[in-house]
Design a protein around this ligand. Structure first.
Ligand SMILES: Nc1ncnc2c1ncn2[C@@H]1O[C@H](COP(=O)(O)OP(=O)(O)O)[C@@H](O)[C@H]1O
Ligand SMILES: N[C@@H](CCC(=O)OP(=O)(O)O)C(=O)O
Length: 367
């Protein structure tokens, strides 16, 4: 079975700061990716760069900030990007396919399944899927924004063997090296703790978006799904292959000991919550450390309109995210019983579908 690799390349590696494609860079990466296919790997490319490639062409002096301007720039730039990839891959006898996805395509299981089947067929035919966010239709509050999270969701969806995130920095440092020249690089990270998060800053370039912070978000999602991650550079011939073999110019992130099943990955990272439940300290502890279900007595308040079976987010009294789960009541019913003991719930409602507000089997901790 060939090993499946998802490679994500950021805007900073593919475009120029003034706006426009870096044609030499695209040719270089196409050649490096072609080499991976020659070594027997199945390759999926997650490529940013549509906004940065398109903004100057339509007259914006710098990368736009407003959503509709970014969308317009992306609509122009995405076509330029694909044209460039098609030509570059053709030089190696390969064909590229454009796949544009949004967050909703992952939260809706039917759409995700369709995307997955299309990608499987492309790989079977030896085509390289080139994936980007569908910027034209992504609304602000649901946007990935950067493509790091998108690349992790894709890696988990296709059950990749590796996720390689290429950027303009050779890995994660103890601080942003652009601001702190004393910063030291990590070779390998076993677990992405709060402390590690604290070291990562935002984007350092004029064209990038998420910086190291969003790359760590991506690494967390992928490693919890069982996919090891590399974050770094591969701008010299052969470096991409070396990254795959474990000695690249960057930082490696090991997979978590217990890999989440797909159902829980979907719940935690792909689903869209319909509401929020605020729980008390006892319930938070029971969910986080006791492996218990959430009962009505532990819920202090709630927001949103949801149906039985929808996904809801759970927050503690400090409004920090605790996790997500499938709710066993609709919002109107739950409103009547929050804070009640089991006996009171039964007296108030008579018969219930399930007593727990969220059963522990349908829960994922995200804290
Ligand atoms: N702790 C850190 N270690 C390394 N880079 C960091 C760190 N914190 C912030 N950065 C910044 O993250 C940038 C890479 O992210 P980004 O600009 O979003 O690139 P891309 O377009 O490739 O996704 C680096 O250029 C660097 O300035
Ligand atoms: N979908 C957008 C991605 C935006 C972006 O800047 O992402 P990245 O360079 O990966 O931080 C584009 O193609 O321009």
């Amino acid at each position: 079975m060939p090993s499946r690799v998802v490679v994500k390349i950021g805007s900073s590696s593919l475009t120029t700061p003034e706006g426009g494609l870096n044609a030499a860079a695209i040719q270089f990466y196409a050649s490096e990716l072609a080499q991976l296919t020659q070594e027997g790997h199945e390759v999926l490319l997650v490529s940013s760069g549509a906004v940065a490639a398109g903004f100057r062409k339509i007259g914006y002096p710098a990368k736009p900030r407003l959503l509709h301007e970014k969308q317009a720039a992306a609509a122009v730039g995405q076509a330029l990007l694909m044209e460039s990839y098609q030509a570059a891959f053709a030089g190696h006898g390969l064909t590229a396919a454009q796949i544009l996805l949004t967050r909703t395509d992952f939260s809706n299981r039917k759409r995700m399944n369709n995307a997955s089947l299309t990608i499987e067929e492309l790989l079977k035919q030896g085509v390289i899927p080139v994936i980007n966010e569908n910027d034209t239709v992504s609304v602000d509050e649901l946007k990935f924004g950067d493509n790091d999270t998108l690349s992790a969701l894709v890696a988990n969806m296709v059950r990749a063997r590796h996720l390689i995130i290429l950027t303009d920095m050779n890995g994660l440092y103890t601080a942003d090296p652009r601001k702190n020249p004393e910063a030291v690089r990590f070779q390998e990270i076993e677990e992405i703790t709060e402390e590690i998060y604290g070291l990562a800053g935002g984007s350092g370039s004029s064209v990038g978006t998420g910086g190291m912070r969003s790359k760590l978000d991506a690494a967390k999602i992928a490693t919890r799904g069982g996919v090891p991650v590399f974050i770094g550079r591969a701008d010299q011939p052969g470096e991409l292959l070396r990254a795959l073999k474990g000695n690249g110019n960057g930082t490696r992130f090991a997979t978590q000991l217990s890999t989440l099943p797909m159902k829980k990955q979907w719940l935690g990272f792909m689903s869209s919550p319909f509401g929020t439940l605020i729980v008390d300290d006892g319930a938070e502890k029971a969910l986080l450390h006791g492996g218990h279900s959430l009962l009505p007595v532990g819920v202090k308040s709630m927001e949103g309109h949801f149906q039985l079976g929808d996904v809801v987010e759970v927050m503690n009294s400090r409004r920090e995210r605790v996790g997500r789960g499938i709710v066993n009541y609709d919002s109107e019913q739950l409103q009547h019983i929050i804070g009640m003991s089991t006996r009171e719930v039964l007296a108030a409602l008579g018969e219930v579908h399930r007593l727990e507000v969220i059963h522990r089997d349908e829960w994922i901790t995200l804290k």
